[in-house]
Design a protein around this ligand. Sequence first.
Ligand code: RB5
Length: 149
Amino acid sequence: MTMETIALASDHGGVELKTLLAKQLEGAGFAVLDLGTDGAQSVDYPDFAVAMADALKQGKAARGVLICGSGIGISIAANRFAHVRAALVHDAYGARMCRLHNDANVLVLGGRTIGPDVAKDCLDIFLNTEFEGGRHARRVAKLAENGER
Ligand code: RB5
């Protein structure tokens, strides 16, 4: 059986949480594609959003997790790509809704704003919740159309 690969990327504000989530993913039977960063040295979050967008575009992973200090900058950067639907999530409700209604393919977390257990819960829900489709599919299709303007 082939393992699904989940891509992970963060800036220095999210590197600690990224390490924790990589362990969670491996424990749950996923392969992890770690796109960096790999240390506490200050880096620019848009570079890691680009790395994620490229990995998804190239089919290296279908789903991913992005982390920066607040989660804000890296989600703004990631959502500039029409094929990325990155959802900044703070709790279980958001993790569930971003899958049910928005078909988010990237979970975004704030390394400085979320506790480790809540983050792990969010990741678990994100990975295990299916898109509802129906009327939400029409709206999600419009997201990509808007990205082409
Ligand atoms: C880095 O200090 C910080 O600005 C970044 O991680 C993020 O929070 C930006 O939105």
